[in-house]
Design a protein around this ligand. Structure first.
Ligand SMILES: [Zn+2]
Length: 346
């Protein structure tokens, strides 16, 4: 009989816990995305630091229960909510630091066209202690200008990394992924930029997609996939990106909001969803997904934080197929890693 799987924990590279857990009490109604975004802005206007902390910590507790040890969460920074979200998440980062490493990303969710004051606030959020800054390539009229501005703020404040919700409409005319990769190389940011979603890549021609995937790999731009995005748009060409050598990561995206009313915080659920949608069924493919969930950085600030944890997560499952099939909650324990093959390579 093979051993049950024991791991150091799972990685969640994308969430928005500052505005998570608002559905309920709000009731979800189907409506165009623009309307649901307007409801989110209304809700956001009434947020307090205490209320953000209460909702976000409930989500964090669930993530911990399901074995997550790293969470990268975008935090809205704009004149609607100000720096309340950042204040709350930075406090939680400190409170939970012995169980889960949280990276806060100062996020320009509303863009600069309608909310130019966001720029000053983003500078401030980075000075408060956010490690990364986040942009959104389809939020402003001129996506290239938006990208450039985010890079400028990042450089001025010495941000550690940059992330972009990339080409989220999925439309061909919004395809800025190649520009983002080129710009990353031009400014010397290789390895420190992430593109989230990359929806247009799914809808451009095979040849254009191939070129973009190569360029993304050349710029060492990482790509984060949130499988729940399938509800409203195409998932990107994950297999093509992998083939070209792009590093893929997984995120839960938001939980309990007007875009994702469900969500357990169990990363195995999201991995299973990705496996179904894009047919990651062959053993090697299943391993690739699990790699994205389990791989931890081998050096740097995050490596130091994660390697200080003196606990592991143990599952009843004895193979990764079983693990992905049942997406069970693990038991937190202090045993040494005994897992076979899959995890020995880490
Ligand atoms: Zn997002």
């Amino acid at each position: 009989m093979s051993n049950p799987i024991t791991i150091k924990g799972l990685m969640n590279y994308h969430a928005h816990i500052d505005k998570g857990g608002i559905v309920p009490p709000f009731v979800y109604r189907d409506a165009p995305a623009s309307e649901r975004a307007a409801w989110t802005r209304e809700a956001k206007a009434s947020f307090t630091v205490e209320d953000i902390k209460a909702r976000a910590s409930a989500i964090i507790e669930n993530m911990i229960r399901y074995g997550t040890v790293y969470l990268r969460t975008h935090v809205d920074v704009d004149p609607i909510v100000g720096l309340k979200g950042m204040e709350a998440i930075l406090e939680l980062r400190e409170i939970y630091k012995d169980r889960i490493a949280i990276d806060a990303v100062a996020f320009a969710q509303e863009g600069f066209d309608r909310f130019p004051e966001s720029e000053g606030l983003l500078h401030e959020a980075l000075r408060m202690g956010a490690h990364g800054i986040g942009g959104h390539t389809t939020m402003d009229q001129d996506g290239k200008q938006h990208i450039t501005k985010i890079f400028e703020i990042a450089e001025a404040e010495n941000a550690e990394f940059i992330e972009f919700h990339t080409d989220e409409t999925g439309k061909e005319e919004h395809f800025l992924q190649p520009f983002l990769a080129e710009h990353t190389i031009q400014r010397g940011w290789q390895g420190r930029v992430t593109a989230i979603h990359c929806s247009s890549l799914a809808n451009v021609s095979e040849a254009a997609a191939q070129l973009a995937a190569k360029l993304t790999a050349k710029a060492d731009v990482k790509v984060t996939i949130c499988p729940t995005a399938i509800a409203t748009r195409s998932l990107t060409r994950v297999k093509m990106l992998l083939q070209e050598g792009v590093q893929i990561r997984l995120g839960s995206d938001n939980i309990g909001d007007f875009f994702n009313p469900f969500g357990s915080g169990n990363m195995l659920h999201y991995a299973q969803m990705l496996a179904y949608i894009l047919r990651f069924y062959e053993p090697k493919e299943v391993e690739t997904i699990m790699d994205a969930l389990i791989s931890q950085p081998v050096e740097g600030r995050l490596h130091t934080a994660l390697s200080s944890y003196d606990f592991t997560y143990k599952y009843k499952a004895s193979s990764i197929y079983e693990l992905l099939t049942h997406a069970e909650a693990p038991e937190r324990c202090r045993e040494i890693l005994t897992s076979p093959d899959l995890l020995a390579r880490r």
